[in-house]
Design a protein around this ligand. Structure first.
Ligand SMILES: Cc1cc2nc3c(=O)[nH]c(=O)nc-3n(C[C@H](O)[C@H](O)[C@H](O)COP(=O)(O)OP(=O)(O)OC[C@H]3O[C@@H](n4cnc5c(N)ncnc54)[C@H](O)[C@@H]3O)c2cc1C
Length: 453
């Protein structure tokens, strides 16, 4: 039975869900649970809400997706926001969202989860970093996927400083320095452009050539030009046209043509790198071969001296507080059904781990009503919903990349035919009537200090 929060304060945590994380995704899910009157607690390891936009990004960051696709559909950003709001705008927006929906009273800050494991009676034991333990009915994992730094393996020794893009907070860190940025993604390009402005020199080392997509075209954010009804091949066609009309060809910049199709990798939306290449402020180079004192040698045999290397080489998707049996991540893909659900455990939900190329808010706004229906259905059946989806023929995801338009279409369709899922869920429930979560032992690291974002 779903316990209601609106009618009374639920003290018994075994009747509640726990949301780990009060970033963009955690806040969106909390609002959805609250609106559906589903009892929950929410915790965040940090001293304020907002996640990445509070403690993760550099001061000068602006969103890459547009305001329109990044806002929660049901809570638009203020009219005076630009098309590409700043990190500060994003923080203010998330705070306004939390205030508007009265989410704060259920959020506990400075509360890090160090371990989560299934125990008897299909319940979940949560251990916090202070050693305290609570038993919950279910856990929503909204801990984000932009904090566990991925570093490249570099041969040799470097005399200067090496940081990850996550450690970059302010242009002063680049000012007057000879900077090498490694990577071809959005952070790499933002940082290279920053170094081009304030550094003594900037080299951008890319393992392979990438498609630079302009952030806006003909006065509109490119993300807003893509509509829900457009199949991926059509989006691709439009995007190639936009790239060609804005930048020309890679040849114009001394770069090789990428050897993959646009959208086969997470897109790099950036106008500034092509601009600064044209001004000689960014020098593109191939992959690093080795480090040698203050020099870096590239695979084309060239060598340059640097003071600072910034590795904008991405993040690992990790759940450090889960039992090894529940670590279902392969590369960046969480092997779960329906975006969140396991086939062999109920009550554990992996949320927001994918890398859709749209904005996070519109996706959570579309996903959360579906998730709430699933949560209510899960309450009526004994088998995990993941098993129901599997029995309905759904395959485990093979990639973390996603076309948001396809997700919107799928969710619309699934919501429309949800009674089919309900029907099938009851059938599967009869088939596996003895199902119960297998409890897992408590590991010693459960009470050790967890990662702090
Ligand atoms: C430079 C940069 C630019 C970006 N630009 C865009 C953009 O343009 N558009 C877009 O949609 N997205 C963008 N993103 C992605 C961004 O991560 C999402 O917008 C959003 O922040 C994801 O929200 P989240 O809640 O999943 O994760 P986060 O914002 O990372 O929040 C997760 C929260 O969980 C908490 N937490 C983690 N572990 C624990 C634990 N063990 N116990 C308790 N709490 C815990 C953390 O403290 C954090 O507050 C960008 C990311 C970066 C790095």
């Amino acid at each position: 039975m779903i316990y209601l929060q609106g009618d009374f304060k639920v003290d018994d945590t075994t009747k509640k869900h726990l949301i780990i994380g009060a970033g963009f995704v955690g806040l969106g899910m909390a609002q959805a649970l609250k609106a559906a009157n589903i009892a929950y607690d929410q915790v965040d390891a940090s001293d304020d809400i907002g996640g990445n936009w509070y403690h993760g990004v550099y001061e000068t960051a602006h969103i890459i997706s547009s305001r329109k696709v990044t806002q929660f559909t049901h809570f638009p950003m203020p009219d005076n926001y630009p098309d590409f709001p700043s990190a500060q705008n994003m923080r203010d927006y998330l705070n306004a969202f939390a205030n508007h929906f009265n989410l704060r009273e259920f959020i506990e800050l400075n509360r890090a989860v160090s371990y989560v494991r299934p125990v008897e009676n299909n319940l979940w034991e949560v251990t916090f970093s202070n050693g305290q333990q609570k038993i919950y009915k279910g856990v929503l994992l909204c801990n984000g996927h932009h904090w566990c730094k991925h570093f490249p393996k570099l041969k040799g020794e470097f005399n200067g400083e090496i940081i990850h893009s996550k450690d970059y907070k302010h242009p002063d860190q680049l000012r007057g320095k000879r900077v090498l940025v490694i990577g071809g993604g959005n952070s790499a390009c933002d940082l290279a452009a920053e170094a081009a402005r304030v550094g003594a020199k900037c080299v951008l080392s890319m393992r392979e050539s990438v498609w630079f997509i302009p952030k806006s075209f003909a006065g509109f954010p490119v993300a807003d030009l893509i509509k829900w009804w457009m199949p991926q091949w059509f989006q691709r066609l439009i995007t190639y046209g936009i790239i060609r009309l804005t930048f020309g060809t890679h040849d114009n910049y001394g770069l090789a043509k990428p050897n993959y199709r646009v959208f086969d990798k997470h897109p790099t939306l950036n106008n500034e790198v092509p601009y600064y290449i044209k001004h000689g402020r960014i020098k593109p180079k191939p992959a690093v071969h080795k480090l040698d004192g203050c020099f870096v040698e590239f695979i084309d045999g060239s060598r340059e001296a640097f003071d600072l290397i910034v590795c904008a080489t991405g993040y690992n998707v990790v759940y450090p507080f889960l039992s090894p049996e529940l670590q279902r991540v392969e590369l960046a893909v969480v092997k779960c059904y329906g975006g969140s659900f396991l086939e062999d455990y109920k009550g554990l939900y992996y949320i927001g781990w994918g890398q859709a190329r749209g904005g996070v808010g519109s996706l959570i706004s579309a996903f959360s009503p579906f998730f709430i229906r699933c949560l209510k259905l899960q309450d009526e059946i004994n088998v995990p919903l993941g098993l129901v989806f599997k029995e309905m023929g759904e395959q485990l995801p093979k990639t973390h990349l996603a076309d948001p338009q396809q997700i919107f279409r799928q969710l619309k369709l699934t919501n429309f035919f949800f009674n089919q899922i309900v029907k099938r869920a009851y059938q599967v429930n009869t088939q596996y009537s003895n199902f119960s979560n297998s409890p897992l032992p408590c590991l010693s690291r459960a009470t050790s200090t967890p990662f702090l974002p």
